[in-house]
Design a protein around this ligand. Structure first.
Ligand code: C5P
Length: 229
């Protein structure tokens, strides 16, 4: 059975929980996402734990959303090179030189630009001074980031069709905010079903709580993966 293009968001309170989620889901999905909270607490050990607990090899998506001067981001990228993540996120708003520096420092990793955080609305964009509305800001940042060397982008399911149209076929589009029909939306405001996100052009779906907070984690992963076939 081929595995579904899903990255499990491993937002776990400790490494034992993280290992349990990985071992119960890795046969159904391609990717494991280690985020800022877990990496700040457990560092490289979290990545090793995700790899070691997998019953079959998985890609690592390191979601650190780096944003600093180019030299510092390049240094941080080199510092995680030994972990060989398939994806590493940076903020697109760090600008083209920063994105290019990350891409040069980690040639074997897909530098993944986060466009506009899904937690920001029109009022927030105004307060920051980013010319909106969100969809036009997302498309503008997506074009800039890919021209600078980003090979993947994070965007919401609502924007994925417009971003695909803007950047073409060669860029990996990754969408969080994915919820099965009728499931709890938690704190995600703009959601789509897994099938809709893929139909709109997403290549990889980030899914956390619909799987990791389920009573049967393995069954939830298997069911959502099967729904994409
Ligand atoms: O549990 P849930 O499916 O909402 O998890 C979504 C994951 O995607 C979380 O790890 C969250 O930090 C991440 N994320 C997001 N929205 C973004 C970028 C990342 O929800 N714009």
């Amino acid at each position: 059975m081929s595995r579904a293009p899903i990255a499990i968001a491993l937002d776990a309170p400790d490494l034992a929980t993280l290992r349990g989620w990985v071992s119960q889901t890795s046969e159904y999905v391609t990717t494991m996402k280690v985020g800022l909270e877990v990496f700040c607490r457990d560092g490289h050990a979290a990545i090793s734990a995700a790899r070691d607990a997998a019953t079959t090899p998985v890609d690592i998506f390191l979601d650190l959303k780096l944003h600093d001067i180019p030299a510092t981001v390049a240094g941080a990228a080199r510092a995680i090179a030994s972990a060989q993540p398939r994806f590493l996120t940076v903020h697109a708003s760090g600008g083209p030189a920063m994105i290019a520096a990350a891409a040069e420092a980690l040639p074997d990793t897909l530098i993944t630009a986060v466009t506009v955080l899904t937690s920001l609305d029109d009022t927030d964009l105004d307060a920051i001074g980013l010319v909106g509305p969100p969809e036009s800001a997302v498309v503008r940042l997506a074009k800039m980031a890919t021209a600078a060397g980003a090979r993947a982008l994070v965007c919401s399911p609502q924007e994925v069709a417009a971003v695909r149209h803007a950047v073409g076929a060669g860029i990996v589009l990754i969408t969080p905010g994915v919820r099965p029909a009728g499931g709890a939306t938690d704190d995600q405001r703009r959601v789509a079903t897994p099938q809709q996100a893929i139909a709109d052009g997403a290549d990889l779906l980030v899914i956390g709580r619909p799987i990791t907070a389920a009573a049967d984690v393995s069954l939830a992963a298997r069911t959502i993966a099967a729904s994409l076939r």
